[in-house]
Write a protein that binds this ligand. Structure first.
Ligand SMILES: *[C@@H]1O[C@H](CO)[C@@H](O)[C@H](O)[C@H]1NC(C)=O
Ligand SMILES: *[C@@H]1O[C@H](CO)[C@@H](O)[C@H](O)[C@H]1NC(C)=O
Ligand SMILES: *[C@@H]1O[C@H](CO)[C@@H](O)[C@H](O)[C@H]1NC(C)=O
Ligand SMILES: *[C@@H]1O[C@H](CO)[C@@H](O)[C@H](O)[C@H]1NC(C)=O
Ligand SMILES: *[C@@H]1O[C@H](CO)[C@@H](O)[C@H](O)[C@H]1NC(C)=O
Length: 534
């Protein structure tokens, strides 16, 4: 943000680099400027600047904590104001700045009557109704109110985004319905996947096995298509797509009707795994039934939230944490991969919100050094937000179990693209650790952690993680708009983690093409369901 006084003091320009208010000019008419005119100009400036500041600060979701907007007004602008104007104006600005500073540390007088709008304040001011001190108080009170309103509207925007993010768009639902219908009416859609002669490859460890668990057919199609098209050896790829019972028929139809040969795809429903029984997966049953959980995930999130103590950023991550998807079996399934694929040695596990842009064969050559999980760490890197995750970001360190057992500074890692050495995994008690912590968390009424499946995995995989080069897996495309396009193009796998999934209306437009590139728009089902047409 810049403030510029022209040499003649005829115009004052405020510009904001963030594009909200690019250029705003206030003309000061008289050649010989009276004390009063300058004073009014400053007052008007004082109104405008905080607006610019508040908007840019809150809307970028960052920086809200750095300084309150009232502080910033003085700190950021004071020196600049003082540097550019002549003597009398300088004195004036300094006086005003001093008043602002004084008022800032004092209680706003009770019963201070505030004008309804800033316009009204300006006009009352022009009629000389207030001294500088009263004015400064009013300004501060109005700014605080305004800031509160902006915060509240920001929060309700986030709420709307949250609901938009957790409901399935009509077009994707349509795809699922039509493909399910096709399964019952078209024998081709029901044909065995893969064909019987290729079945042995499903457990052949000389192939590159990917596991993907999702109920989103379109997302699955993008993951599989992008992996196959980016591969230098597509004939070595075997995809194991796991879905829930209601999506199974549709998912099967899609891959039966749209083969990605020479790669091989297997589609499984959770109901087809004999291993997934109540005895083996006791925790999930408990998670779904626990008293209060439904309310926790589906209740009113804004009620009772202390907005003045919450930043939009932490609020957004709380909402994210409460997304119903975190209680779904498909999400917890990843902890049972060694049991679900008893014959496989090594797999790459992918989330459904990734796109593969490079050949991933080298992943099978990475030496995990006896570790179980090859993952990118999320505590080092250029991106301050995405790459700032340590254990303290996921766990409640006021809880005695947590403070006793965990180190708040330990680096976290990400799901999304993980290399799992299943042989090494089978020699550990990762699953038992996971179960016991999920149970503890339920017993503690979800006070140990809030965020679904990653925290228990962070504990369970402790000591079993091998950090891989972050260029394999770029995170954060669903969180923030300012993602660097260059890095996105270079990354081997990009991950739209966060709410702004590319298949949702709220997805970031300029990041979407990296995903839509792998949708076949000449496909009849895609066309008839009007996928991502606006
Ligand atoms: C909200 O948080 C602020 C700042 O931490 C605190 O002063 C205020 O009392 C809290 N309000 C409620 C209702 O808890
Ligand atoms: C668990 O939390 C819910 C809501 O936060 C509360 O209503 C309930 O009383 C708590 N139960 C226990 C046992 O603390
Ligand atoms: C963290 O744990 C403490 C101790 O069990 C508990 O009092 C507190 O409410 C927890 N905080 C959250 C946010 O759950
Ligand atoms: C995201 O940023 C791009 C360019 O930086 C801009 O064109 C676009 O409008 C922004 N979108 C949103 C949703 O903020
Ligand atoms: C796209 O779909 C059309 C029609 O189903 C098909 O002929 C074509 O091979 C597909 N293209 C790709 C790249 O899969």
């Amino acid at each position: 943000m810049q403030l510029h006084f022209s040499p003649s003091m005829r115009s004052i320009t405020i510009s904001s680099s963030n594009g909200f208010i690019d250029l705003m000019k206030i003309k000061v008419g008289a050649r010989h400027i009276s004390y009063r005119t300058v004073f009014h100009t400053i007052l008007i400036l004082a109104f405008l600047l905080p607006f610019v500041f508040i908007l840019t600060a809150v809307v970028t979701l960052e920086g809200v904590n750095k300084c309150s907007s009232f502080d910033c007004l003085g700190r950021r602008l004071g020196p600049r104001l003082l540097g550019r104007v002549d003597d009398s104006a300088q004195r004036l600005v300094r006086d005003f700045y001093k008043v602002l500073n004084q008022v800032n540390t004092e209680e706003i007088p009770a019963g201070l009557k505030l004008p309804d709008s800033f316009n009204q304040l300006v006009s009352e001011m022009k009629n000389n109704q207030y001294d500088a001190r009263t004015f400064a108080f009013m300004l501060r009170a109005m700014m605080e109110n305004f800031e509160k309103e902006v915060r509240e509207s920001k929060f309700s925007e986030l709420m709307n985004k949250h609901y938009a993010a957790s409901s399935v768009p009509k077009s994707i639902h349509c795809l699922s319905l039509r493909l399910t219908d096709e399964y019952s009416s078209n024998a081709h859609a029901r044909k065995q996947l893969p064909p019987p002669e290729l079945l042995p490859l499903l457990s052949d460890n000389s192939y590159h096995h990917f596991v993907l668990s999702t109920d989103n057919i379109l997302a699955a199609s993008v993951v599989v298509a992008s992996a196959v098209q980016s591969s230098l050896q597509p004939e070595k790829i075997v995809f194991h797509v796991i879905t829930d019972k209601k999506t199974y028929a549709g998912m099967h139809s899609w891959f039966a009707l749209n083969p990605v040969s020479p790669a091989i795809v297997e589609v499984k429903g959770v109901h087809q795994f004999d291993w997934l029984t109540r005895e083996n997966v006791p925790v999930l049953e408990a998670v779904e039934n626990q008293y209060g959980i439904r309310n926790y995930y589906h209740g009113n999130h804004i009620l009772g939230a202390n907005l003045s103590a919450t930043t939009p950023r932490t609020f957004a991550s709380k909402l994210q944490a409460r997304s119903p998807k975190y209680i779904s079996l498909l999400n917890h399934l990843r902890i049972y991969i060694p049991e679900l694929f008893p014959n496989l040695d090594k797999v790459v596990f992918l989330d459904d919100d990734v796109v593969i842009q490079r050949d991933l064969s080298p992943l099978w050559g990475i030496d995990l050094g006896g570790k179980v999980n090859g993952a990118v760490e999320t505590c080092r890197g250029e991106d301050e937000w995405v790459m700032s995750k340590r254990f303290r970001n996921y766990f409640n360190f006021s809880h005695p179990l947590v403070s006793k057992n965990l180190d708040p500074e330990e680096c976290a890692w990400a799901y999304g693209m993980n290399i799992f050495d299943l042989n090494a995994w089978r020699k550990t008690n990762i699953r038992e650790t996971y179960h016991s912590w999920v149970k503890e968390n339920l017993k503690s009424n979800l006070t140990i952690w809030k965020l679904g499946t990653l925290p228990p995995a962070l504990i369970a995989f402790r000591g079993h993680v091998h950090a891989i080069d972050p260029k394999w897996h770029m995170l954060g495309l669903g969180y923030q708009n300012k993602t660097d396009i260059e890095s996105v193009s270079r990354a081997a796998v990009i991950h739209y983690n966060g709410q702004s999934k590319p298949w949702l209306q709220i997805g970031f437009e300029h990041l979407r093409p990296f995903w839509t590139k792998y949708i076949n728009y000449s496909n009849d089902f895609v066309r008839n369901c009007h996928i991502l047409e606006s």
